[in-house]
Design a protein around this ligand. Sequence first.
Ligand SMILES: *Cc1c(COP(=O)(O)O)cnc(C)c1O
Length: 369
Amino acid sequence: MTENPSARAANLLHLRQRKLAKGDPVALPLTMSSMFHLPGSPAGYAQYGRFDNPTWDAVEEVLSHLEGADSVAFPSGMAAISAVFFSQLKSGDHILLPSDGYYTPRVLAERFLKPMGVTYDLRATGAFLDGGFEGYRLVFLETPSNPGLDLCDIAAVSAAAHAAGATVVADNTTMTPYGQQPLELGVDILVAADTKAPNGHSDALFGHVSSRDEGIVAAVRDWRKLSGAIPGPFEAWLVHRGLETLEVRFDRMCSSAETIAPRLAGHPKVKALRFPGLADDPSHNLARIQMQRFGLLIGLTLESEEAAETFINRCAMIQPATSFGGVHTSAERRARWGDAVAPGFVRLSVGCEPVEELWAALEAALELA
Ligand SMILES: *Cc1c(COP(=O)(O)O)cnc(C)c1O
């Protein structure tokens, strides 16, 4: 078992201190170097910027601490997901993807896995256990799904997929390690986009892969080194800084979402609302079992595309933008990307604004919608 979230957050802030020699900088130095001083035998030393970087090592140490598993850093969430697919799969393999999760893995599978002989099926997150997992080499789940916020039972999927011989991968982007620990619930591999809440300031893309299986981690590291899909040291430095405040930001965002979701649900302009923290949400009971928090995303449906656009674009405290998890509240209409949601469906990412100021702005914008 990993430590409880409070112990993890507290120890995170002192990981670096424990290694410092007298006179070392307290803050993490940013190492921008493609070359390392390397006379003679290279074994055991940093060799080249595509293989090693001390700033990557530092952010990976923090990520490994948070996930309770060895973690490998990538330049984006999709680079992390690609590393899993391309290091684990071979021609003839069959995989299962969520039909309603983040859309890019599906596009990647269609455009690049299929021509290499890796076939895939799609299944809705809310019915992920239905139909079993026989014949799949890899089962990829995302819960809560982005954008629909449906859940699947991570422990039950892992047990059933393992019984069928599959490797189970969870995309934990919507929850972060403070909201949900899929590795504790039995998945083999965790992937996440640190572009979202972990970095948190909307100024860098980043991702990571975590696993307790040494062979998987070694293959993922080899993929990074050989494919060249390496993170920039500056992005690693930014994410290291972001992770130091993730617990505070995530706590504020989740608490505000818990305050705001029932108020939105009771508002006459809101036709439907999904938030796993609401007692009458179809996923609430499962959320209480497998999630430590209910997350920072709220899915709300307004009357029409026009009403949704007015709400998003005229609210003084909504940043209209794609992506989520930043300090500023943001929102978008997911139908504009072709997600299978109603035209008036808004994915709201609750930010760090003091909650009553935020609510007043949301309420005022709903009046215009
Ligand atoms: C954003 C996102 C990704 C991809 O992350 P990038 O950093 O944009 O590549 C993957 N999965 C989920 C659930 C996401 O929300």
